[in-house]
Design a protein around this ligand. Structure first.
Ligand code: HEM
Length: 450
């Protein structure tokens, strides 16, 4: 009999790591009548993730369906293919460059908040970073000033937090897997109440956007404002033979806001913690920034962000040790022929980047924080399917370039203005697996103005 405490206290990442260590890189197990395979071999992962026929997500994602409906993360088949193409065209490099000034502005607000809050004591930074990330996303994705860092939009922020908590409850408490039980539970009721707030908000923004687009049709007027992802999506949809409905657009916007905010803020939080613990690496990153900006306080341009190679290596190494997305899964539609095994349809394949990224054959001294490994070009091929923070293949993360700009903007702005310290050490970093990974207990940092 599995009891509540066992489930709540189970360290899923360590548990998975131990199973793979003791049984090898392919492990089969049955759970609740479902056949599952843990896969941890880079060559086999290449076969799985490059497949264009096995792109369906596992049933663990079902929890998110009432919230994200059939947005890009959860859709499949021809719907996913069509949307992926449309959204890739909408979210390309030229668009991203347009967003840099807004990233700079929100990063500056964040540094001031961190310096102010940590004047007299070490502080936990996750909430500050999350609010900054939400402000950045809302402005760039939906073209709306959320002002979460200024204490506004409280209802939206609270709803996103409680929807995530309830989704995690359903995912990890097997008695809530029965839909009717979940719907009647208090966590289930909170979930549906929260996603109604989130849906109403997005629907309102889309309606207002459409009305203002209809009013200002002249190109000169359209050019005057910087276009958000939503503006571009509405433009693209108008040119399609069958334009997207408001519901279609809403599910994509909800998906981008959900996928974009917590993944990036978790990664930025952990990277800043690692930098506080490794002062030599922090100083080296600051030297790189000095070589780009000199003593100037000017904003970063897209070219500056592209030039931050050492900072990029730091972020990649932080995502190696602590990949924001703990599990990636696929439910097979066709037989998967791996190097030594054939896996039948209907099996769920589970990939754990956290475990894969600790393979000593690929990453010598895997537990150590060594950004330099990402500067060594000899490692490039080795890392391909052995490095999956953004997954890989046709269903990889569509937002990874945007995420990298966002993270570079925030971290470089902080490093240019402040020195970061902490009394915590590596052993204090304890992670649990939820929708994204979580620090089991917060790690406190202090920021000193330079
Ligand atoms: C550090 C930041 C991020 C990490 C680590 C990350 C990671 C991932 C991973 C692992 C997947 C694949 C999930 C799966 O197959 O189950 C994914 C998919 C996705 N991500 Fe990200 N992500 C990040 C930031 C973002 C941002 C900023 C956005 C958008 C603004 C975004 C939008 C998406 C979308 C829409 C998908 C679904 C793609 C598809 O199925 O075609 N992500 N992400």
């Amino acid at each position: 009999m599995v009891d509540n405490n066992f489930v709540e206290n189970l360290d899923l990442l360590q548990f998975t790591m131990d199973i793979i260590k003791n049984n090898g890189p392919i492990v089969h197990f049955n759970l609740a009548g479902q056949s599952n395979v843990l896969l941890n071999d880079p060559e086999d992962l290449k076969i799985l993730l490059s497949s264009s026929s096995n792109i369906n997500k596992g049933s663990d994602y079902d929890t998110l369906k009432p919230w994200l409906n059939e947005g890009l993360l959860l859709s499949t088949g021809s719907k996913w293919q069509y949307r992926r193409k449309l959204l890739t065209n909408t979210f390309h490099m030229k668009t991203l460059a347009m967003y840099v000034p807004s990233l700079n502005r929100h990063s500056r607000v964040l540094v001031d908040k961190l310096l102010h809050a940590s004047r007299n004591e070490e502080i936990s930074i996750k909430e500050y970073i999350t609010l900054c990330s939400l402000d950045m996303l809302c402005e760039t994705i939906i073209g709306t000033e959320m002002k979460a860092q200024e204490g506004e939009s409280v209802q939206y922020v609270n709803s996103i937090n409680s929807a995530c908590r309830s989704a995690v409850d359903q995912m990890f408490k097997f008695w809530l897997w029965i839909d009717v039980v979940f719907r009647m539970s208090s966590t289930g009721r909170t979930y549906f109440k929260s996603i109604k707030v989130l849906h109403d908000y997005t629907a309102r923004v889309i309606k207002n956007k459409k009305t203002s687009m209809d009013k200002s049709k002249s190109p000169s007027e359209e050019k005057k404002h910087r276009k958000s992802f939503l503006d571009l999506l509405l433009d693209a949809s108008r040119n399609e033979t069958v334009p997207m409905t408001d519901q279609d657009i809403r599910e994509e916007v909800d998906t981008f806001l959900f996928e974009g905010h917590d993944t990036t803020s978790t990664s930025m939080t952990i990277t800043l913690i690692l930098l506080a613990m490794h002062r030599d690496i922090q100083n080296k990153a600051r030297e790189e920034l000095r070589s780009i900006f000199g003593d100037s306080d000017r904003d970063a341009t897209t070219e500056d962000l592209n030039a931050m190679k050492y900072l990029e290596a730091i972020i990649k190494e932080s995502l190696r040790l602590y990949p924001s997305v703990p599990f990636i899964s696929r439910e097979l539609q066709t037989t998967l022929n791996l190097k030594n095994y054939s896996i039948p349809p209907k099996t769920t394949i589970i990939v754990t980047p956290y475990v894969l990224h600790r393979n000593e054959d690929i990453y010598p001294n895997a537990e150590e924080f060594v950004p330099e490994r990402f500067l060594d070009m000899n490692n490039k091929d080795k890392f391909l399917f052995g490095y999956l923070p953004f997954s890989a293949g046709p269903r990889n993360c569509i937002g990874q370039k945007f995420a990298m700009y966002q993270m570079k903007s925030v971290i470089s702005t902080i490093l240019r203005k402040a020195k970061i310290e902490t009394s915590a050490t590596k052993k204090d970093i304890k992670i649990s697996a939820e929708l994204v990974i979580r620090l089991v207990s917060p790690i406190k940092l202090k920021f000193y103005e330079l």
